[in-house]
Design a protein around this ligand. Sequence first.
Ligand SMILES: Nc1ncnc2c1ncn2[C@@H]1O[C@H](COP(=O)(O)OP(=O)(O)O)[C@@H](O)[C@H]1O
Ligand SMILES: [Mg+2]
Length: 471
Amino acid sequence: MNIISRLKGKVPALGIRTKVVGIVLGLTIVLMLCTVFYVHTILRDALAEQLDQKSISIARDVAARSVEPLLTGNIFNLHQLVYHTLENNKDVAYVFFTDDDGNVLIHTFKEYFPPDLLDVKHEISKKGYSLKKFQTEEGVLWEVAVPVFPSQEPGKVARVGVVDYSLQDALATATRRLLLIFAATFVIVSTIVFFITTFTTIRPLNSLLKSVQAVAGGDLSQKVKVSSKDELSALAEAFNIMTGRLAQAQLARDRLLKRLISSQEEERRRISRELHDETGQMLNTLMISLSLLQESSNLDELEQKTVEFRRLLLQSLEQVRLLVWRLTPAPLVDLGLKAALETFVSKYRESAGWEIDLQIEGLEKRRLSPEIEICIYRVTQEALTNIARHADAENVNILLDCRKEILLLTIEDDGVGFEPEEFKEENVQGTGASFGLISMRERISLVGGEFKIISSPGYGTTLDINIPLLP
Ligand SMILES: Nc1ncnc2c1ncn2[C@@H]1O[C@H](COP(=O)(O)OP(=O)(O)O)[C@@H](O)[C@H]1O
Ligand SMILES: [Mg+2]
C-alpha cells in the first residue's frame, strides 16, 4: 500500500520515455519469467522421466548381477558389485539388499543404516520392480526395489536409491543459460525501445514543447516541423494552425489599434481646428467689438451691439456643446445608457427618413460598467450610420434587453442587405476598406461578448449581439 502510494506520487513526474521504456521492460521481464518458469517445468518433468528409467535400469542391473554372488554366498563379490555401481553412477546414493525376512543383508551406508528405509514398503509390480519417490534434505530420492529371484516371494530384494543431482545440475544450467539469454535480450530490447521512443516521440515532443514555450513567451512566428503522420504530427499541425491564427489575430488587433489611435488623432485635430477657426474667431470678433463698444456713447448702437453679441455668444456656446457631445455623449455619463440611446435615437429620427423603433428593457434602475455602456452606444451609432449609408431601409428595430447575467442587443433593418462573408476581417485585410463592422466586432469581443451578422442581399440585416454581465 505504502509502495503503491509512493509510486503514485513519483510516476507522474517521470518522463514519457522513462514510462514507455519502463512499461516495455516490465512486460519483457514478466514474459521472460513466465517463459523461464514454463521451460523449467517442462525440462524438470522430462528429466524426471529420464531419471525414472535410469534408476529402474540401474536397479535391474544390480539385481541381475547379484544373482550369482547371492547363490554362491560370495558376500565379497556382492560388496564389490554395489561399490562399483556407486562409483560409476554419481546419482546413486545407496544400494542395499534385504533377505527373505526383510532384514538388511549388505548396504553401502558409511556409518549406519537408516532404519526409516525399512519402513518403506514396496509392492513389486508386474513389470518386476517398484519405484517410490520421496523428498529428502538433498533433493528428491528415487528408490527402486527389484527382486533378485523374481520367482521367490518375498525373496531377496535389491534396493537402489538415486538422488536427482544430475537433474538439479541440468536444470540449474538450463535456467542459468535461459536467464543469460534473456538478460541480453532485455538489454537489446531496452536499447531499441529507448532509441525508437527518442526518435519517434521524444524529439518531436521536445521540438513541440520548445515551440509552445516560445509562443508562451510571445513569439508567434514559431512553426513545428511535421515529419510523420501520427498523432504527434497532427498535434504539430494543429499547433501550427493555431499559431498562424493567433499571429493573424494579433496583426488585426495591431492594425485596429493603429487605426483607433489615428482616428482619435484625426478627431482631435478636427476639434482643435474647429475651436480655432470658429469658436476662437467668434470670441476674437466679440473682443474687438467689445473694445469698440467701450468707445461708443450711442445708446441705440449699444443695444444693437448687445443683441449681436448675444447671438455670437449663443452660437459659440452651441459649438462648444456640440464638441463636448462628440467627445463623450454627456447623457451617457450623467444619465446612463438608456437615456443616452433614447436621446441619440430621437436625434437620428429627426434627420433620417425612416422609422426607428427603440425598446430598452431592464435598464430602468440599472447602470452597467462604463466599458459595456460605451461599447453598446458606439455599436448602435455605427449600426445606424451603416443603415443610413448603405441599407436604404424603411424600418429599423432596436431592442436592448438587459437580463440578469446577459445583455442582448438586436438591430434589425429591412434594407438591401449584404453578404457578411465578404466583409470578414480576413477578406478585407489590407484593402483599407470597411472598418466599421470589424471595429464593432472588436469592441464586442473586448467586453467578452458575441457578435453575429445575419444578412443576405435583398433580405435586410440583423445584428445580434450578446454580452455576458458579471453579477
Ligand atoms: N445595414 C446594412 N445594410 C446593407 N449593407 C450593409 C449594412 N451594414 C454594412 N453593410 C455593408 O457592409 C460593408 C462594410 O461596412 P463597414 O465595415 O461599416 O464599412 P463602411 O461602412 O465604411 O463601408 C458596407 O460597405 C456595406 O456594403
Ligand atoms: Mg460603416
